[in-house]
Write a protein that binds this ligand. Structure first.
Ligand code: PMV
Length: 308
């Protein structure tokens, strides 16, 4: 038997622009996790049991391009170690699906690590992240790679596509309240929408992307210098630019406004947008009030997390 887990994540700054070569900042959220357990079973075949997505089937009935099947095949190929003929792969996750919290990447990373542990072969973080990236391509089309990176390394990261990973030392911990609109939104679709906008008016979109890039660089300095309060206005600016890109939604905007009105220092959507989650930076002692007002503003659920 083997098991492994991986956390959710939030993008603090820079989503979408990161696909076009700008930097982004992201952090793990360990309150929510994907877990994978692999164990022998009496029934012949390799069984996948992913109750959260109503999937209980034999691996050989899934198309090769199914994210779970592809992750298993790619990992076994790298490990050069087949699974035994009767085995059950149980996948559970508390990370909301299609909501910008990296649930797909977390399932991939937990699955890759559980398969490696089952084969008793050590994989480097680099290998794990690279394998998970292959599945992100199936999920997202043209992923930047930020999700698999932060979920693999479980540290706040400054991510620039194609560059070596930079983890961030947070100068002073700070509190984020995450609000879930409850609206499932496909990152693939929202990334495609931004691409269509960019193709129609490259100069305008490149201006938006580079404005976001500047915000990310300033935010990184505040994070490292231990002045997290400075992040609030930067979140507001980042949200306005994402609105202009067409990836916010009435539900997200309502939560962002509700968070600010109840004492948040700043708020923005997080991840692909058009639904899913938003984040609010809150001063010490205000988390409960902000979480309550998010529920009043329509949030289905909130998570309070510390970035340290
Ligand atoms: O929706 P999520 O959590 O998968 O985040 C997507 C982030 C984007 O920048 C929109 C896409 C990407 O590949 O970086």
């Amino acid at each position: 038997m083997s098991s492994a887990s991986a956390p959710g994540k939030i993008i603090l700054f820079g989503e979408h622009a990161v696909v076009y070569g700008q930097p982004a900042l992201a952090a793990p959220v360990t309150q929510v996790r994907a877990e994978v357990r692999i164990e022998g079973t009496a029934e012949p075949g390799v069984w996948i049991d992913a109750a959260d997505i109503q999937l209980h089937t034999r691996l050989d009935t899934l198309p090769a391009a199914h994210p779970i099947a592809a992750t298993i095949h790619n990992t076994l190929k790298m490990l050069m170690s087949p699974l035994p003929s009767s085995v059950s792969i149980v996948i559970r996750s508390t990370i909301p699906v299609a909501s910008g919290m990296g649930s797909g990447a977390a399932v991939s990373v937990a699955l890759i690590r559980a398969l490696a542990a089952y084969a008793d072969i050590a994989l480097s973080d680099e290998d794990v992240s690279a394998l998970a990236y292959q599945t992100e391509i199936i999920h997202h089309g043209t992923p930047s790679g930020i999700d698999n990176t932060v979920v693999t390394y479980v540290k706040p990261v400054f991510f620039l596509k194609g560059n070596p990973l930079t983890t961030i030392k947070v100068g002073q911990p700070f509190t984020i309240v995450i609000g879930d609109t409850g609206v499932a939104a496909s990152t693939r679709e929202s990334v495609r929408g931004v691409r269509a906008g960019w193709e129609a008016d490259r100069a305008h979109y490149e201006g938006l992307f580079s404005a976001i890039g500047s915000i990310v660089r300033t935010a990184r300095q505040s994070l490292e210098a231990g002045t997290p309060d400075h992040l609030g206005p930067l979140m507001d600016e980042n949200h306005a630019l994402l609105q202009e890109m067409g990836v916010s939604s009435p539900e997200l905007d309502r939560l962002v406004v509700g968070a600010r009105a109840s004492g948040a220092l700043g708020a923005k959507l997080s991840g692909g947008g058009r639904g899913g989650n938003m984040i609010a930076l809150v001063p010490a002692g205000k988390a409960t009030a902000v979480a309550k007002s998010l529920l009043v503003a329509g949030a289905r659920n909130t998570i309070t997390t510390e970035i340290a």
